[in-house]
Design a protein around this ligand. Structure first.
Ligand SMILES: C[S@@+](CC[C@H](N)C(=O)[O-])C[C@H]1O[C@@H](n2cnc3c(N)ncnc32)[C@H](O)[C@@H]1O
Length: 458
């Protein structure tokens, strides 16, 4: 018997009534999905209230359609100005339009079928070399048989994958079994975009998809234990996400993901965001051996590489630290940047640097683990000279940008951690003997640069 509760009165309904009948009464305490060797799916077990089914086929918010269209129309002019904030606003209105027009049934189909099917097709395109083949062929229409021969993907399979991607508007159908790329599918030929999908969707997403089970087991408490995460439960591993991805062969893909994340953003060391000259270079020790910036857990060095482009005449040394595996994965990095294998739970070997820099590091960890990371940094800081620079989101309590809330969900479902509000930052830093001396932020969607110093004794 395969059964579900019917959602109305919590009786179990047999989905395949022609099987030999086995009837179970509903039991609220049933958590074992297998009873008498049969699969039991318990749905809606707490609810005796069901909304009227007519809303399932009614657009989500017809009233929002016209205002969204008006705003979209008004926003179009801004698209020619190269103003990315304006483009982002137009995008939000476009989403609002889609969400409002869609019926709940359609949204459900999109979530349950369309998106997972899209990831299957995109990732198959990556590993088979489809996207690089199509990008090399340029903007012309391309036939399935030609692409199948080049990638050695079965024509029938390729045709099915492409048909879905065209229906989802990731590629353009130009004829029978004939397609051309869009800007997105061309970008899938770049490892930053392609590998992000492999690492995050294929390597970690079960943490999100099974989060509700983890949450229920933990009595719906906000998780704060780095060693008990939904991701670990879903993949039956004790490894943290970084170790997990290295183990399953997606470590370098994740490095690319971090590089992809930074694309199209003004980096923190841009003078429009943070006055590096004024805050760091002025007053720094100019001797060649003096450590200037230590990028802790800096991945393959992309932040320091960008820093070097902005400030080629910086004083002292730039030092990159990360775990040995990641340091070993560096392919291109200016030889003046010193590479150092380092575990941030051990004493910081570089003392008295002008700045210790952490980008997208502390959000990966709940406060308890951050205390260990910060403790090792503060012990190495020189009072009155060293700064700690944190490049992360300061998530607002209201009207937060979707990229920030999405990242908060990543932290929740993979790390039992969170994006922090300004108050969260103050509390965490103060308890580690640090004070915030300034927060610099660009666009609403961007990470801030939080400058901290050792707390002065009062
Ligand atoms: C989210 S990534 C951020 C990387 C880089 N700072 C950036 O913004 O692109 C976190 C980094 O922490 C590193 N990491 C994880 N555990 C570590 C540890 N115990 N010691 C040092 N680095 C670690 C990972 O290898 C990874 O490169």
């Amino acid at each position: 018997m395969v059964a579900v509760t019917n959602g109305f009165d919590n009786r179990i309904v047999d989905l395949y009534p022609n099987d030999p009948p086995v009837v179970h009464g509903f039991d609220d305490h049933v958590t074992d999905p297998v009873i008498d060797g049969h699969v039991i799916l318990i749905a809606n077990k707490e609810t005796d209230f069901v909304v009227d089914a007519s809303i399932l086929k009614t657009p989500t918010d017809l009233g929002a359609v016209l205002p969204a269209l008006v705003k979209l129309n008004a926003g179009l002019a801004s698209l020619t100005t190269q103003n990315d904030d304006a483009r982002s606003q137009v995008l939000r209105e476009a989403w609002k339009l889609v969400q409002s027009l869609e019926t709940p049934r359609e949204t459900m189909i999109r979530h349950c079928w369309a998106q997972s099917g899209t990831i299957a097709a995109l990732n198959t395109g990556t590993v088979s070399g489809l996207w690089t083949t199509m990008a090399k062929n340029g903007d012309r229409p391309q036939k399935i048989d030609e692409l199948a021969a080049a990638t050695r993907v079965d024509e029938v399979l390729l045709g099915r994958l492409m048909r879905h991607l065209a229906a989802m508007q990731y590629i353009v159908e130009t004829g029978n079994d004939e397609y051309k790329t869009t800007n997105f599918t061309k970008a899938m030929a770049h490892p930053f975009i392609a590998d992000s999908h492999l690492a995050m969707c294929s390597g970690t997403s079960a943490g999100a998809y099974q989060f509700h089970e983890f949450a229920e087991e933990n009595k719906f408490q906000n998780p704060i234990d780095a060693f008990d995460t939904s991701m670990q439960r879903a993949y039956r591993t004790e490894k943290d996400m970084f170790q997990w991805l290295q183990t399953i062969g997606y470590g370098e893909h994740f490095n690319h993901h971090m590089q992809a994340y930074g694309q199209g953003r003004i980096p923190w060391m841009d003078p429009s965001l943070y006055p590096v000259q004024d805050r760091l270079i002025n007053g720094a020790d100019r001797s060649s051996e003096a450590p200037f910036i230590v990028d802790i857990a800096g991945s393959v060095g992309h932040d320091l590489a960008t820093f070097l482009k902005y400030h080629p005449d910086h004083p002292g040394k730039l030092i990159l630290q990360d775990l040995p595996k990641v340091i070993g994965q560096i392919k291109h990095l200016d030889s003046t940047i010193e590479r150092m294998e380092y575990d941030f739970h051990t004493p910081q070997p570089v003392e008295g640097a002008r700045a210790y820099f952490l980008h997208s590091v502390l959000h990966d960890w709940p406060d308890k683990v951050c205390n260990s990371i910060l403790g090792n940094i503060t012990k190495a800081m020189k009072p009155g000279y060293s700064k700690l620079l944190i490049n992360e989101n300061v998530i607002p309590r209201t009207n937060a940008h979707w990229e920030m809330t999405s990242l908060d969900m990543v932290m929740l479902t993979l790390f039992s951690s969170r994006e922090r509000t300004e108050d969260d930052w103050k509390i965490l830093l103060k308890s580690n003997g640090l004070e915030i001396v300034g927060i610099w932020q660009g666009s609403q969607a961007w990470e801030s640069l939080i400058e901290c110093e050792l707390l002065t004794e009062t």
